[in-house]
Design a protein around this ligand. Structure first.
Ligand code: COS
Length: 381
């Protein structure tokens, strides 16, 4: 048993930390305020190889595993949760293609996403199919005369949706079969009949766009089917297992960042004639925050290690995400509390971290869904 990062992982951590502090942190408040997509930092993340983590070099990736992804995402989330979310959610696209794509699909679509600066998106959720993902109604009917799928339906809350150069759409190729009739189909931006609609105004992670995607008689070649027909729900669920580790990493990074801010402030802030770090109430807050964050770290790393090893990890990914996201809310709340009135002001990053933390309890599966996943793994259905 070894709890140490390898030398290469330590170096990645140092490089991403420096990159985050020099390039990401200075923009964090502005992109939160304006809600603009930070194209310049996405490009820099691409140049640094971060969008290609976990992807072999032959497809334009930079290698590594889910552990390297956790390192990169959590380091960025320390200073800017929206930028970490952009990276983490984008990475689902090349990973699904790597696992389920044909050689031709891999060669065509992975390099642009891994190292070419193209944003990829994953579209499962619909207005009436959120936690109940199997209730999705978007259809993809095969037109045999042209060998094209014709997509109709609306996806919502799609991260990166308005920026994406290509989207993995989960649609019913055999609607009467429910989840067993769902397939994964790649749709490129600019395909007639595919438009991105409303971009949501959110509580947090403003710079990570959340868009509606509309398919109106959108025709794509049959060759855009990813994996076997009817296996879309499996593909979505197994992709979400990985994505949940990514959200766990986001939550972990947010908690690390908030704890650091709380420690710094507690040492600087003088009340009652001494730094508030000398007050036992504050000390106990800090001790609890640090202990819970350390526990969250090891669940996230354990689930990443299991996935990297190709071992079963559905339950562990759910546990890691559930625990890390609840911890991020807990830690950002106490860190803000330690800052008192200043924490509520936009001059300090805490109010942003507090808002950003909340989404980690909701997206890629709510906390309640993770309890379903965990309890089913332990008790059966
Ligand atoms: N990996 C691979 N396959 C999986 C899986 C996983 N982690 N989890 C379930 N499946 C498979 C099952 O094996 C089953 O296969 P068969 O039909 O061949 O038997 C199929 O998927 C259906 O599984 P299940 O019956 O468990 O589906 P449910 O409708 O009960 O839904 C939950 C399961 C609730 C866990 C699922 O709908 C879910 O994760 N919801 C949350 C959605 C979400 O996270 N959305 C975030 C946004 S994504 S844009």
């Amino acid at each position: 048993m070894d709890f140490k990062l390898t030398d290469g992982q330590e170096m990645l951590k140092r490089v991403v930390r420096q990159f985050t502090e020099e390039e990401i942190e200075p923009l964090a408040a502005e992109i939160d305020r304006t809600g603009r997509f930070p194209a310049e930092t996405f490009e820099k993340m691409t140049k640094l190889g971060l969008t290609g983590i976990g992807i072999p070099e032959e497809y334009g990736g930079s290698g590594g595993t889910d552990i390297e992804k956790v390192i990169a995402v959590s380091e960025i989330a320390r200073k800017c949760a929206a930028s970490a979310a952009i990276l983490s959610i984008h990475s689902i696209f090349p990973h699904v293609l790597l696992q389920y794509g044909t050689e031709e699909q891999k060669k065509k679509y992975i390099p642009p996403a891994a190292s070419g600066g193209m944003v990829g998106a994953f579209a499962l959720t619909e207005p009436d199919a959120g936690s109940d993902a199997g209730a999705a109604k978007t259809t993809a009917v095969l037109d045999e005369s042209t060998n094209e799928y014709v997509l109709n339906g609306t996806k919502c809350f799609i991260s990166g949706g308005s920026q994406a150069g290509a989207v993995l759409v989960f649609a019913l190729t055999e609607p009467e079969k429910g989840t067993k009739g769902m397939s994964c189909i790649l749709v490129e931006k600019g395909t007639p009949g595919f438009t991105s609609g409303k971009v949501e105004e959110k509580m947090g992670i403003h710079a990570s766009d959340t868009a509606e995607l509309i398919f109106d008689n959108c025709r794509v070649p049959k060759g855009n089917l990813i994996g076997p027909e009817g296996k879309g729900f499996h593909i979505a669920m197994s992709a979400l297992d990985g994505a949940r580790i990514g959200v766990g990493a986001q939550a972990l990074g947010i908690a690390d960042g908030a704890l650091e801010e709380a420690i710094r402030y507690a040492k600087e802030r003088v009340q009652f004639g001494k730094p508030i770090s000398r007050l036992q109430g504050i000390q106990w807050y800090i001790a609890d925050m640090a202990t819970k964050t350390e526990a969250a770290r090891w669940l996230v790393y354990e689930s990443a290690w299991l996935r990297a090893e190709g071992r079963p990890h559905t339950m562990e990914a759910a546990m890691a995400k559930l625990n890390a996201s609840e911890n991020a809310r807990y830690v950002t709340n106490l860190a803000l509390q330690i800052h008192g009135g200043y924490g509520y002001m936009k001059d300090y990053p805490l109010e942003r971290m507090y808002r950003d933390a909340k989404i980690t309890e909701i997206y890629e599966g709510t906390s309640e869904i993770h309890k379903v996943v965990i309890s089913r793994a332990l008790l059966g259905r």
